[in-house]
Design a protein around this ligand. Structure first.
Ligand SMILES: [Zn+2]
Length: 465
């Protein structure tokens, strides 16, 4: 359990709020934090007795990043040689799926600790993890392990409870795993258990549960999609999944269901402001309109999409249409960096490369990665720096030659990207990165645990060359 402090952040070089337009910048204001909330923002605030004063005179202050799509277990599967030059389907079949049965709760814990450390040190304060390590007759303990690790690191955490159901077996990757899909009752039973134990409904929740089959097309029979949607709405839980990541995915949907993927999920009540999908790289204009009309969100994962050669999502068009946009790092087996700052930098650059220099503005990308993410997750009290909001904020260290020549150093984390150090990170008033380090984290142990974990996940495929 992290200790909540009353804090005064003094003399920042600049404060970005995560809001849009003229509200995107708050200037050089001090920020007072009490009871886990932003209590006051203004010039020359004077410290109250007992307040911890943090000198921000070498720092720019941002809202903590809200990462809306991750797979923490993949933190022990970075740069697996067999999958380095493969597209999504082949990569799934050679990297994550053949190893899923090997993930003991202890390996999940090691992977999650690695991932949480990397996320915190890249400015993330909220993480939604799409966790699909569930199978018939298997333990459901790994979901609890993730909440436990989130508690250890002080991360605001959303468990997107994934998995596959019943007769699903059409995905090429699934045939490579020894795991058999669960029943609907088993999945919903575990969701109810997780909800009772962890879920908080408030807009500043530290813990959330979401219903999230791995894909709506491959992971379950279509008839069960609607049942999951009904179950989620009756339990007041949100829905999440992958969608339209590759052209093959769209082709499969057209051939099997004679419609586009967004039309397919619409038929099964999987659109609305309580739903968000990762990727959506390949969309028709009619699908973008449908997403915008229903308030369905996207988790944009540009690095993973680039790494797997999936394509570039039409994010500027989606944003212009009014689709809620957020960013996710995706699993690090298809993105060797779990850094949100790297993701933000890539999002800023990539659409310019394909659509011209006016395609993205730095302030918009900051909004997508902070307040945009909290909108998609239904956590309206986080993601922006304003009085009354949860105190989730990050101080980036700009005292480095990389940043000395900047005219507008407020934008450094977005336009220069990594490396940039998080000097402090604060979540709900708790200091989770303190003077550049995660308090209490034994790095030597983390490193040796990771080495052991990688050894345990080697399979014959890796030795075949
Ligand atoms: Zn994913």
């Amino acid at each position: 359990m992290k200790l909540r402090q009353n804090i005064l952040v003094k003399n920042p070089v600049a404060v970005m709020t995560g809001r849009r337009g003229s509200l995107a910048r708050a200037g050089q204001v001090d920020i007072r934090i009490s009871d886990g909330l932003i209590h006051e923002m203004g010039s020359d605030l004077v410290a109250h007795p007992g307040e911890r004063v943090i000198d921000a005179s070498d720092c720019v202050v941002y809202p903590g990043w809200v990462n809306t799509h991750h797979h923490l277990v993949q933190n022990l599967l970075k740069a697996v040689p067999a999958g380095l030059n493969q597209g999504l389907e082949e990569w799934l079949a050679s990297v994550p799926y053949p190893r899923l049965a090997r993930f003991t709760p202890e390996l999940v814990r090691i992977a999650a600790r690695l991932g949480m450390a990397e996320l915190l040190l890249s400015g993330v304060t909220t993480c939604a993890d799409h966790h699909y390590l569930y199978h018939a007759g298997g333990s459901t303990e790994s979901g609890d392990v993730l909440f436990d690790v989130a508690e250890e690191f002080g991360m605001r955490f959303v468990l997107c409870r994934g998995g596959a159901l019943e007769s699903a077996a059409s995905h090429p990757g699934l045939s490579r795993t020894a795991l058999k899909p669960e029943s609907l009752d088993a999945m919903l039973g575990d969701v109810e258990r997780l909800k009772a134990r962890y879920h908080q409904s408030a807009s500043d929740a530290m813990r959330r549960v979401v219903i999230a089959p791995t894909t709506p097309t491959f992971s379950l029979p279509p008839g069960l999609l609607g049942e999951l949607a009904h179950a989620a709405r009756s339990m007041d839980l949100r829905l999440h999944s992958h969608l339209s990541e590759t052209q093959n995915y769209v082709r499969f949907c057209r051939e099997k269901y004679n419609c586009l993927p967004v039309e397919f999920v619409a038929e099964h009540e999987w659109l609305g402001p309580d739903v968000w999908f990762a990727h959506m790289v390949h969309l028709q204009p009619s699908e973008i309109r449908l997403l915008a009309q229903t308030g369905t969100g996207v988790s944009h994962c540009p690095v993973s999409n680039s790494r797997l050669g999936s394509g570039v999502a039409p994010i500027p068009q989606m944003a212009a249409a009014g689709v809620p946009i957020s960013l996710g790092v995706d699993g690090v087996a298809s993105n060797e960096s779990g850094s949100m700052t790297n993701e933000v930098n890539t999002a800023w650059l990539l659409h310019r490369a394909t659509q011209g220099a006016s395609a993205t503005e730095a302030e918009d990308v900051i909004h997508w990665a902070s307040a945009g993410g909290s909108q998609v997750l239904g956590l309206g009290a986080v993601g922006s720096l304003e009085v009354g909001q949860a105190a989730d904020l990050v101080l980036y260290d700009i005292n480095h030659p990389r940043f000395f020549g900047f005219h507008d150093v407020a934008l450094a984390p977005v336009v220069a990207g990594e490396p940039i150090a998080v000097r402090y990170s604060i979540i709900s008033g708790c200091v989770v990165v303190d003077r550049g380090v995660i308090p209490g984290l034994d790095l030597a142990r983390l490193r040796s645990d990771a080495r052991d974990g990688v050894q345990q996940l080697l399979i014959e495929l890796d030795n075949a060359g």
